[in-house]
Design a protein around this ligand. Structure first.
Ligand SMILES: [Mg+2]
Length: 326
């Protein structure tokens, strides 16, 4: 295909369906680096999306560089590394994995410049604790057993004045003690302790077709009750993208973001001007369906930042289009 024709086809508001080997080959020729969202793209919960491993292998065989960028803050890079291995996805190393528990820790150290050894309060799951501790911080809150049962006389509701930042992410143990204790830190000293939110995701695709509440619900609950804004360290944060591109030494113009969510993944690629302004691919294997994309396109120009350059059914379908044997 003439590249100029291809460029015209991929102009915003007219995303191109990658459903032929020719269009997929163009994609493979055009990009050196591939950023993947995980939930809804590579896997759904603990189930690998059929064909995803074959597509990733196809890219590796073609000499492509990969990184995995997930707004899920519950698991550390070590845990994800084990998950990739368990699901049979080859050649993935820890330094290719960017969950937002890690980007939160990077924010604490590199942007807020909070000295190592300082105390950080967590509302979230173990991944945040693990990444902060690995970096050299002391963590409080999180899964402290004192937060399990309602006791408004508990000493854990008293603010430790040495806490230097609050990190909030997804938790399946969201309860009144966790909310109440975290709120004390967010209000403390005229709301001066930095408030980091691991993501803005409203929902994620669960098992059996369920739609489940995601970390952004927790972060926004705390933002609402404390009447504070938070530093978003997840997609679509441009700062997060810059960290990854720099860390992996990826050329922005030769990088494609693949994800299943419009307001995080696609916006991340679009706002970040990946692929010379054509660097987002939506897969329909997660939370966004074709009718959602069609509705968005039909709604006109105001949400151009959410419209992907390309779309495909799934990574498995891409592998199939290429003729990869399963
Ligand atoms: Mg996703």
């Amino acid at each position: 295909m003439d590249p100029s024709v291809f460029a015209a086809m991929t102009r915003k508001s007219n995303p191109i369906d990658i459903s032929s080997k020719e269009t997929l080959q163009h994609l493979i020729d055009h990009y050196d680096n591939f950023l993947f969202d995980c939930d809804g793209v590579v896997w759904l919960g603990d189930e690998l999306i059929p064909g995803a491993a074959e597509f990733i292998q196809l890219l590796v065989d073609n000499g492509k560089q990969l990184a995995f960028v997930t707004n899920n803050s519950s698991n550390s890079r070590n845990t994800y590394f084990q998950k990739f291995a368990r699901l049979g996805i080859p050649n993935i190393t820890k330094d290719m994995i960017y969950p937002t528990c890690y980007s939160a820790a990077l924010e604490v150290r590199d942007q807020l410049k909070i000295p190592l050894g300082s105390k950080i309060w967590i509302l979230g799951e173990h991944g945040i604790e693990e990444e902060l501790q690995e970096m050299g911080y002391v963590t409080l809150g999180c899964n402290d057993p004192k937060l399990n049962n309602l006791d408004l006389d508990s000493s854990i509701l008293e603010v430790d004045p040495e806490v230097r930042a609050v990190v909030v992410g997804s938790t399946k143990d969201f309860n009144y003690m966790r909310i109440s204790s975290t709120l004390q830190y967010l209000l403390y000293n005229d709301k001066s302790i930095p408030f980091i939110g691991c993501n803005i995701d409203k929902t994620y695709p669960g098992p059996r077709g369920l739609t489940l509440p995601a970390g952004g619900s927790v972060v926004n609950y705390m933002a609402f009750t404390s009447e504070r804004n938070f530093i978003n360290v997840g997609k679509p944060s441009g700062q997060f993208l810059n960290i990854i591109l720099q860390d992996r030494q990826f050329d922005r113009d030769r990088t494609l973001m693949i994800g299943d969510t419009l307001y995080t993944d696609v916006k991340f690629g679009n706002d970040g001007q990946l692929g010379d302004g054509r660097g987002s691919l939506l897969v329909l294997s997660g939370g966004t369906k074709l009718k959602d994309l069609q509705k968005l396109i039909e709604s006109g120009g105001s949400k151009e930042d959410l419209i992907p350059s390309y779309y495909a059914e799934s990574l498995g379908q891409l592998a199939e289009v290429y003729g990869v044997e399963k």
